[in-house]
Design a protein around this ligand. Structure first.
Ligand code: ZN
Length: 133
């Protein structure tokens, strides 16, 4: 198994992992829905971006990982350096764990799609997989 970093970075930047065209967000939806949603299919090639039940678990792992291992250590560091009291650190951490995940949902989803297809490029529709799965 070889990791295809080109597919990963293509998806992480917001492009379709298969056709590399930008993933077009529905401009008719409010800004906050465009921030947290990713379209069900690629508008250019028709590739299913939101696959069946269970596929979202990978996006949850990315979301949790970015929040828990990306942001919470910064709060710990600020506490260690004396910039935040322990009480303020706890308050900040609680706010972060409730506010940040919805706003990085689309990013987490793109990272998950990129991870999945970077490890399994033969699953891409251009490699012969059905478009409706
Ligand atoms: Zn596409």
């Amino acid at each position: 198994m070889k990791f295809r970093s080109d597919i990963f970075w293509r998806s992480a930047r917001g492009n379709c992992p298969d056709c590399a065209k930008p993933i077009v967000l529905n401009a008719t939806k409010p800004w906050y829905q465009r921030l947290v949603n990713i379209p069900a299919v690629c508008a250019s090639c028709g590739m299913t971006l939101r696959r069946k039940e269970g596929f979202f678990l990978g996006a949850m792992v990315w979301n949790y990982g970015l929040t828990a291992f990306g942001l919470l250590p910064l709060i710990l560091l600020a506490t260690t350096l004396g910039w935040l009291s322990h009480a303020h650190a706890i308050e900040t951490a609680v706010v972060v764990i409730f506010i940040v995940p919805p706003f990085i949902h689309a990013l987490s989803w793109r990272l998950w799609i990129g991870t999945y297809y970077a490890f399994l490029p033969d699953q891409l529709p251009s490699s012969g997989r059905r478009l409706d799965d």
